[in-house]
Design a protein around this ligand. Structure first.
Ligand code: PLP
Length: 387
């Protein structure tokens, strides 16, 4: 008998839709609105800061395990100035290899085999794999369309909590739906976490990409600072997704726990980039406003184009993804639709179904990324118009 190559915990995670769709984009010459990375780089001054750090010999050898002090201080200042959250840069901030490593390390550190982890479905694909690697059981709570946004059913969330629930894995602004959880929704999640003594791991990588409403970290709610691991990263905010600089803010106990797992994953990474991101976090407000305004215009360009092409459009409040419902086009199967779309009109998108345990719930939804140059989006809209 041959032994299967991938262990049972990971067997369901063999391939990703992104690889398949990016290959399709290449072979068909399609506009790739699948994967969420910008097609222009971030600020020149930040790139120069990385070059300078390399030339000056800062971070070229292993940086300190928790991250370079300049970046930890910049992260702490960012949390205090933007949200009034006070963290000690020495004991309550940890630099990671992107948010991805922070998520993995947090789950590996905090979840015991058999523990249940509640995640909002549809969920970012690494959540399911990381819960599985930790030996946990994922318990999805489905966000459902209601008017022009996907909403969290708080009764369903409450009902999902059991004696085995260890933590809630939150994501706001939410990929792929573009939902930004409101103050009331967050207050309800926080109250439940306190009542049932749950940890919350919150992925806030799109914190600066909010077009309507505001981003509120759940750690700001009563009783939450001591039970929340907040995760963010530089990739989306500064358009340097390849640098993979992320961070965790949490109490000393939680930070130490996450660091215990993180030190055996990468130990450290991206030394010179850490110095550059420390400078990026201190960019003036005009930078963050311009980023948001630019992406808001792109959101509207693509959303309007998709609506004209016949899709039902959920104009996102945040993130750089727009979710659509393909049923008005007479289609029901997003996976088949996305496989055929490059051939039909030369555009690549991602089917929501791959982000669901309840695949049937996600079947009619398709996600398009708009973190692309305006002319690329205009080209995509023209192509979609031929559908
Ligand atoms: C919700 C969410 N979390 C985390 C990440 C990954 O962040 P990073 O590139 O910093 O690892 C992404 C990237 O697409 C994301 O959408």
């Amino acid at each position: 008998m041959t032994r299967p190559p991938l262990n049972r915990r990971l067997a369901e995670f063999g391939t990703t839709i992104f690889a398949e769709m990016s290959a399709l984009a290449l072979s068909t010459g399609s506009v790739n609105l699948g994967q969420g990375f910008p097609d222009t780089d971030g600020p020149e001054a930040v790139a120069e800061a990385a070059v300078r750090a390399i030339r000056d010999g800062r971070g070229n050898q292993y940086p300190p395990g928790p991250g370079v002090p300049e970046l930890r201080t910049a992260v702490a200042d960012h949390q205090r100035e933007r949200y009034g959250l006070v963290y000690d840069p020495d004991t309550e901030v940890l630099v990671t290899a992107g948010a991805t490593e922070a998520i993995a390390a947090a789950l590996l550190a905090l979840v015991e085999p058999g523990d249940e982890v509640i995640a909002l479905e549809p969920y970012y694909d690494s959540y399911a794999a990381c819960v599985a690697m930790a030996g946990g059981t994922r318990v999805p709570v489905t966000l459902r369309p209601d008017g022009d946004r996907f909403v969290l059913d708080l009764d369903e969330l409450r009902a999902a909590v059991t004696d085995r629930t260890r933590l809630i894995l939150l994501n706001t602004p939410h990929n792929p739906t573009g939902t930004v959880l409101t103050r009331d929704e967050l207050a309800a999640v926080a109250a439940l976490a306190v009542e049932r003594d749950l940890l919350v791991v919150t992925d806030e990588v799109y914190e600066h990409l909010v077009f309507d409403g505001e981003h509120i970290p759940i750690a700001t709610f009563p009783g939450m600072r001591e039970r929340t691991v907040t995760i963010s990263s530089a990739g989306k905010t500064f358009s340097f997704t390849g640098w993979k600089i992320g961070w965790v803010t949490a109490t000393p106990e939680l930070t130490t726990a996450v660091r215990s797992a993180k030190q055996y994953l990468t130990f450290v990474s991206g030394g010179p980039f850490q110095y550059a991101v420390a400078e990026a976090l201190r960019l003036p407000d005009t930078y963050f406003t311009a980023l948001r305004d630019d992406l808001r215009a792109k959101r509207d360009l693509l959303s309007d184009g998709l609506a004209q092409a016949g899709f039902r459009v959920f104009r996102p409040q945040g993130t750089y993804f727009v979710t659509t419902d393909i049923r008005p086009l007479g289609e029901h199967d997003g996976i088949g639709f996305c496989r055929a779309l490059p051939g039909r009109c030369g555009v690549v998108a991602i089917p929501h179904a791959v982000f669901y345990d309840h695949r049937e719930q996600g079947a009619p939804f398709v996600r398009f990324a708009f973190c692309k140059r305006t002319e690329v989006l205009q080209d995509a809209v023209k192509r979609l118009g031929t559908l």
